[in-house]
Design a protein around this ligand. Sequence first.
Ligand code: NAP
Length: 306
Amino acid sequence: MQHSDVLDVSAFHRAAFTSVRDVGDLKFICAAPLSHLPCGLRILNAGYRCVVMERWKGRVALVTGASVGIGAAIAKELVRHGMKVMGCARDVEKIQKLAAECQTAGHSGVLVPFKCDLSNEEEILSMFSVIKAQHKGVDVCINNAGLAHPDSLLNGKTSGWRNMLDVNVVALSICTREAYQSMKERNVDDGHIIHINSMSGHRVPPGSSHFYCATKYAVTALTEGLRQELREANTHIRATCISPGLVETEFAARLLKDDPEKAAVVYSKYKPLQAIDVADAVTYVLSAPPHVQIGDVQMRPVEQLV
Ligand SMILES: NC(=O)c1ccc[n+]([C@@H]2O[C@H](COP(=O)([O-])OP(=O)(O)OC[C@H]3O[C@@H](n4cnc5c(N)ncnc54)[C@H](OP(=O)(O)O)[C@@H]3O)[C@@H](O)[C@H]2O)c1
């Protein structure tokens, strides 16, 4: 934002409907009288979030499934806010590319790529060991990796069910346990564990992958169970899930890889959420004051019915 924008009312409108990009922008806006800010509150709200994200600067976040889609958007946002992000997935080259993009963009944080197949516990544990040795441990754990197979309950393959269970539920639980142990051994009392759930963790749409829904209902239960165990452990570590409706990512193409025509129209019926919308929800949740625990953020495209 240029200095001349301070007196340019339309620039404030623009800023209000985008967001304040860094603390410098906020200081700049605060220098203007509020009477010059038709959308001042909205800007200050975005700016407030930007300032409170300062407390996560230099802290370590693990983002699973960071190679594409929602995980890539979350990783990039957290790097922009100055965090040290450990991004894992099987396709590590995509995360390496994203890390280079973050560097070129001049973001204040860093993205460290890890190759990890989350359906293999040994690989998860060895990733946590490397994070411990090289970065001390994890302060924020974002369990994002997840997938659906089209295996129905009446005719589906056991291998498809098992893979969904392994990645969406078991790997999420292993990462949660390991992240909590990492926080505990370093006396980190303000950590945060965020599960990327789904609206399918709250209702079962007809014609959907019902086993996938079951894994996401498990994530709903795991979030509340985690919150209760964290209370029993007397920590201030927070547990949250974010439950999006339809988001435009590779998800549908992967689910419907045997039916590319069907996959092609999934995101064309109405305007879906974008990965950055979910990443924004992560920033919102992380930037809540430390005494505020957001349990679940349910978010749908406006035109989505179920
Ligand atoms: N898209 C939607 O409409 C939607 C709606 C609600 C909730 N969600 C949830 O959002 C999360 C992210 O989904 P997305 O839409 O971003 O899907 P996506 O574009 O298909 O990305 C899935 C991510 O998960 C990773 N992954 C899958 N299996 C893995 C494994 N075995 N080991 C390591 N990483 C693995 C993938 O990385 P590699 O393939 O490189 O390993 C990829 O980074 C999921 O939990 C999903 O259930 C999505």
